[in-house]
Write a protein that binds this ligand. Structure first.
Ligand SMILES: Nc1ncnc2c1ncn2[C@@H]1O[C@H](COP(=O)(O)OP(=O)(O)O)[C@@H](O)[C@H]1O
Ligand SMILES: [Mg+2]
Length: 251
């Protein structure tokens, strides 16, 4: 491939070859977020730095009001930071015009919310298919993938059911399937176990972890549910708008 004639006597120079996945999936740099305009301004994020590696299952842990949802919304390109930089897979997205954010979001991010946020009038299968239809997939393909994912989350045979006919744990499984539809490289989960009992919370989080490992998805779970902490590859703490502590990064 190169014309360099490497003789055996020439010592090989160490080459800097980035490891697979060396570019972080999520790279948050000095992000601040102020709420309020004109009058009283509240600084919800006070300069957050956070790196999430490709394929990691990271938990962001902090008390209520510490800025978890705000940070997740910024990473998910739902909310723009007041200052600082957000890179997704090495691309700076924080400076992009608002009009480009929906496309970035659809292409990169799957969301799981605290409440499942399923559309009540649609079946589980239609709910899961919706995001891919928004991405432009033909309805038939989107529904087929939805059924595949519902099978994966253990809801075989329940695709026709409306959300109200499913248990809390089942609804959150549908939400997981929906977040994974179209294989977004990043899944963001905001307190996904908050409305579940201990057993379902654990089962659902394990499922999310297994599926994301299988698909190579990077997952950021925001939580203060200590029943699921042990499932994290790494835990980072946030308090009062600042990252305060975390275990060493898994490079
Ligand atoms: N839209 C908003 N307008 C004003 N203040 C907000 C808004 N959203 C959140 N906040 C405030 O920002 C802080 C962080 O909120 P949030 O990110 O929701 O925290 P968490 O998810 O950790 O509970 C809280 O003090 C909250 O009251
Ligand atoms: Mg929150």
């Amino acid at each position: 491939m190169s014309s360099t004639s490497s003789t055996s006597s020439t010592p090989t120079k160490p080459r800097v070859v980035p490891a697979v996945g060396a570019i972080p999936a999520i790279d948050v740099r000095a992000i601040t977020k102020d709420y309020g305009d004109g009058g009283v301004v509240y600084r919800a994020l006070k300069g957050v730095d956070l790196v999430v590696h490709q394929g990691e299952f990271l938990m962001l842990v902090g008390p209520s009001g510490s800025g978890k949802t705000t940070l997740l919304s910024i990473i998910g390109c739902v909310l723009r930071p007041t200052s600082g930089e957000l890179r997704l897979f090495g691309e700076t997205v924080s400076g992009l015009p608002e009009s480009q954010l929906p496309e970035i979001r659809l292409g990169n991010i799957g969301f799981i919310f605290q409440g499942h946020n399923l559309i009540a009038s649609m079946s589980a299968r239609e709910n899961v298919a919706l995001v891919n239809r928004m991405r432009g997939a033909p309805t038939k393909d989107a529904l087929e993938e939805a059924q595949f994912l519902l099978d994966k989350v253990g809801l075989h045979g329940k695709g026709d059911k409306k959300p109200t006919m499913l248990s809390g744990g089942e609804r959150q499984r549908v939400a997981i399937a929906r977040a994974l539809a179209g294989h977004p490289p990043i899944v963001l989960a905001d307190e996904p176990t908050a409305s579940l009992d201990a057993t379902s919370g654990l089962v659902v989080t394990k499922l999310l972890k297994e599926l994301s490992h299988e698909l190579g998805t990077t997952v950021l779970v925001v939580t203060h549910d200590n029943r699921i902490f042990h499932l994290a590859d790494r835990i980072v703490n946030i308090e009062d708008g600042l990252i305060t502590d975390g275990t060493p990064e898994h490079a």
